[in-house]
Design a protein around this ligand. Structure first.
Ligand code: BTN
Length: 264
């Protein structure tokens, strides 16, 4: 699969020799953590056809069956303080919208912060993990992305069948995973180059984010609060207005957001 994917990346893509394809792996994020500990460089990518232990945020599992999806992680070593990477998951979301638009022909939306969605169905998700060095700078960031490419509705288990989707379900056509994977590599390289100047990316994120303008439920442990999402701030936090009129910027590490009228 590696050669078929690299055939489609742009000639400027500089990290072809840092790209590994794994027919099966527990989790590409966990795999890259091990490589990172051995000193793997900025731009290292692991892509798998099948994860046996794919996971998402809050310890949830991410279904990663063979032959139908793309499960990819990239290792970044920007060497900056973590405060300069607060928007990293947003940047990866915009990169995935760019990649899907380029390779499949439609632009999905983003459910704040990390779900790639289209018409109330989740097409994929992003899991960002950081490790700091003893000086408090980012030793590495790993951005893991899972995209459902070729599934039909009956391929999803009944409990998520109403809310899960795939690129093929949106287009009604066969999806070429090699082209999607190559577009992901190009988009992530472009993302890495603009990482420390995020203004234009955030402007695009606000356009792609389907949560802005919606009534939302904010879940923090046992506590559930209702409000309206107004904006996404410069650090990628969701600005929410509550019934008494006051606003708060909520962080994705602290709360999860549910639409009040369905999954999105
Ligand atoms: C989520 O939906 O909460 C995020 C899902 C992230 C899944 C991707 S698939 C590649 C990488 N490896 C993992 O174990 N998780 C991420």
């Amino acid at each position: 699969m590696k050669e078929q994917i690299l055939r489609y990346v742009s000639p400027e893509y500089p990290w072809a020799d840092r790209f590994t394809f794994l027919p099966q792996v527990n989790s590409t994020n966990d795999y890259l953590k091990k490589l990172a500990a051995q000193g793997a460089p900025h731009g290292t990518v692991a892509l798998s056809d099948h994860q046996t232990g794919g996971h998402g945020r809050r310890g949830r599992s991410f279904l990663s069956p063979p032959g139908v999806g793309l499960y990819l992680s990239i290792l970044l070593r920007p060497g900056c303080p973590p405060t300069q990477l607060m928007h990293l998951t947003c940047a990866a979301g915009v990169a995935m919208c760019n990649a899907i638009e380029k390779s499949v022909g439609f632009r999905p939306g983003i459910k704040w912060t990390n779900d790639i969605v289209y018409e109330k169905r989740k097409l994929g998700g992003i899991l960002t993990e950081l490790r700091l060095n003893p000086q408090g700078l980012v030793d590495y960031a790993i951005v893991g992305i899972g995209i459902n490419c070729c599934q039909n509705p009956q391929d999803f288990p009944p409990e998520i069948r109403e809310v899960a989707g795939s690129l093929a379900m949106v287009t009604g056509q066969t999806v070429d995973r090699f082209r999607v994977a190559a577009a992901e590599l190009d988009a992530l390289y472009a993302m890495s180059r603009g990482l420390l100047e995020p203004e234009a990316m955030l402007t695009q994120y606000r356009k792609d984010c389907v949560t802005i303008g919606q009534e939302v439920s904010l879940v923090r442990g046992e506590e559930v609060r209702h409000g309206r999402a107004l904006d996404v701030d410069a650090e990628g936090a969701l600005v929410v207005q509550f019934a008494d009129g006051h606003t708060e910027a909520v962080n994705s590490g602290e709360v999860s957001v549910r639409g009040m009228y369905g999954y999105v």
